[in-house]
Design a protein around this ligand. Sequence first.
Ligand code: NAD
Ligand code: LMR
Length: 320
Amino acid sequence: MARKKIALIGAGNIGGTLAHIAAQKELGDIVLFDVVDGVPQGKALDLSQCGPVEGFDAKITGTNDYADIAGADVIIVTAGVPRKPGMSRDDLLGINLKVMKAVGEGIKAHAPDAFVICITNPLDAMVWALREFSGLPHEKVVGMAGVLDSARFSTFLAQEFGVSIRDVNTFVLGGHGDTMVPVVQYSTVNGIPVPDLVKMGLSTQEKIDAIVTRTRGGGGEIVGLLKTGSAFYAPAASGIAMAEAYLNDQKRILPVAAYVSGEYGVDGLYVGVPAVIGAGGVEKIVEIELDEEAKGNLQVSVDAVKELLVACKGIDESLA
Ligand SMILES: NC(=O)c1ccc[n+]([C@@H]2O[C@H](COP(=O)([O-])OP(=O)(O)OC[C@H]3O[C@@H](n4cnc5c(N)ncnc54)[C@H](O)[C@@H]3O)[C@@H](O)[C@H]2O)c1
Ligand SMILES: O=C(O)C[C@H](O)C(=O)O
């Protein structure tokens, strides 16, 4: 069987890390695309030379030509600009919207059968715009944010309870902004709900509330520490988990930015929800029963995403 082909649009911090993990896992041959001449080619050469040391068989090439993504099975988009300290993700909307237009047109022309995972911020608006510009089916275009936000939530909970990260399961829903919704109700340690662990005296409500707040600001915390650029190791690992779910038809239930049409009372936009990811792309959105607080918080988050879509339509009238 021929190897799968993975195209990475954007060869910056996340793009390079995605290429490295994908090669280590031998997910397929990799094409790194970027607008900057030399960067994707240089990174591809450097990464190829990891092969003999790490023992992977993957052809890694760099390009500035969209024609080279033809036939890609999976495309992961990180093209664009990251925020700097003091900025919100939403401040990137104008500049990254233009990038999504170029990328969407490139995908439409050269790889319309791919499963596309968007990572560029502000995520929920950019994945929506990328889908519009590419014209691909909604179930084949998805955004990565919830896997990362849930990983942060899980990390902080594992530290709080002093347990293995393997036993912690969490969902963060809603938009990938400060209004995201870490769902405590469905967060568990080996099946035991976090609220029960609090009742058992293993933590306090105040500490869990602080972890929820830290999770919401998790991206900003790293931006503040790095001072230039934003998180890239965990975002890349999260993108790869989604790519693997599709390539290996794993039917994983992951929190992803999926196109909702009626689920959770929301229609016609992308927002973070639990969804089954398999060979069909986003195969099903899973509607979990939320408590009143989570429901209210999700609505606030959805409203924030709606505002961003209005802004996109104001900037690019082809989206209106
Ligand atoms: N969704 C998430 O959870 C999440 C997590 C982390 C970062 N991000 C976002 O991902 C994006 C990328 O982050 P990064 O750290 O890799 O940034 P980076 O600056 O290291 O890399 C971005 C790359 O995109 C390239 N680029 C710019 N315009 C392009 C175009 N038109 N076509 C192709 N490539 C283009 C740049 O040359 C650069 O190499 C940012 O918008 C960031 O905010 C999202
Ligand atoms: O916070 C950012 O700007 C990058 C990304 O969205 C993250 O959550 O790490």
